[in-house]
Design a protein around this ligand. Structure first.
Ligand SMILES: NC(=O)c1ccc[n+]([C@@H]2O[C@H](COP(=O)([O-])OP(=O)(O)OC[C@H]3O[C@@H](n4cnc5c(N)ncnc54)[C@H](OP(=O)(O)O)[C@@H]3O)[C@@H](O)[C@H]2O)c1
Length: 277
């Protein structure tokens, strides 16, 4: 079976990670949030992506407890923000996240970006992994030189690097380095955060029309074919269902991959959005 057909990936530390998840960036905690998360779990999602900075960890823990889905079936990722960096500070922040979540461990803990004493924070992740508070550890938004610097100073190779990635930002250089170390690329903004440039893209539109799939399905399928993990965000149950429906037999698997690869432009929706503010 080809890699993109499998529903989980084996990480470089031996743990398994689901390939399609739910992202919860800028989703305020509360009842609506909890209902949406429980709906996702009922549909079959098993990967949840949050961060201390999203301020919804309490709702995530509550919804997991109420969902009836066994904890061990769920893969939960959270992240430390820059203000949590430094060894002692990060140790306290990991305990704080576990307390807010009401859980004994998280499956993946990531550093949000390389800044400040990220090395000290990463060492705290390594220590918490040894103690069983975290199953896998990794980073976000690290370039090749930043990864090299981190790996020089620490002992556990990150299992995941979560970076902006979609057909307009394909991370071609970075992914070669990740492959060398067995680090999984997890795509944030997998649908370009609703980018018009992606929605109106003619290449993607033509592929979707030809195969009778939605544009989002084509984009998400592309991520899987490239070997990535995806965490699309949606508050719409119809979209959530569609985003999970990427594995039917007969779904075209790669005949159009070269046309998507040709359209790379290096456009970052994240940077575009920051510039607009
Ligand atoms: N590590 C980092 O630095 C970092 C940075 C940013 C984000 N992230 C993570 O990445 C996750 C995903 O990013 P994101 O949140 O905004 O961007 P995204 O998943 O690329 O795009 C979300 C947008 O796509 C729409 N959408 C989703 N499924 C759709 C479908 N099937 N058809 C049509 N529209 C669809 C959603 O609208 P509807 O609600 O209407 O479906 C929403 O407007 C975040 O939630 C977060 O967990 C990480």
């Amino acid at each position: 079976m080809e890699q993109h057909e499998t529903k989980t990936l084996r990480l470089n530390d031996g743990n398994s990670m689901p390939r399609i998840g739910m992202g919860f960036y800028q989703v305020p905690e509360g009842e609506d949030f909890e209902t949406s998360l429980k709906t996702g779990l009922q549909m079959g999602y098993r990967l949840i992506d949050t961060a201390a900075a999203y301020q919804n960890e309490r709702s995530i823990g509550k919804a997991i407890h109420e969902s009836g889905v066994k904890r061990e079936e769920i893969f939960l990722t959270t992240k430390l923000w820059v203000q949590d960096y430094g060894f002692e500070n990060a140790k306290r922040s990991i305990d704080g996240a576990l307390k807010r979540l009401g859980l004994e461990y998280v499956d993946l803990l990531l550093l949000y970006r390389p800044a400040g004493d990220a090395i000290g924070a990463y060492r705290a992740l390594e220590a918490a992994k040894k103690e069983g508070k975290i199953r896998s550890i990794g980073v976000c938004n690290h370039t090749t030189p930043q990864l090299t610097a981190l790996m020089r100073e620490t002992s556990v190779v990150p299992a995941v690097n979560q970076v902006e990635c979609h057909p307009l930002q394909q991370q071609l250089k970075l992914r070669r380095e990740l492959e060398r170390h067995g680090i999984v690329l997890e795509s944030w903004f997998p649908l370009g955060h609703g980018s018009k440039r992606l929605r109106l893209n003619e290449t993607l539109g033509a592929i979707a029309e030809k195969h009778g799939k939605s544009l989002s399905q084509v984009i998400l399928r592309w991520h899987l074919q490239e070997g990535f993990v995806v965490i699309p965000k949606s508050s719409n149950p119809g979209h959530m269902r569609e985003n999970l429906d990427l594995f039917p037999s007969g779904f075209p698997t790669g005949t159009w991959r070269p046309s998507v690869r040709c359209m790379r432009t290096g456009i970052s929706e994240g940077i575009q959005r920051t510039r607009k503010k």
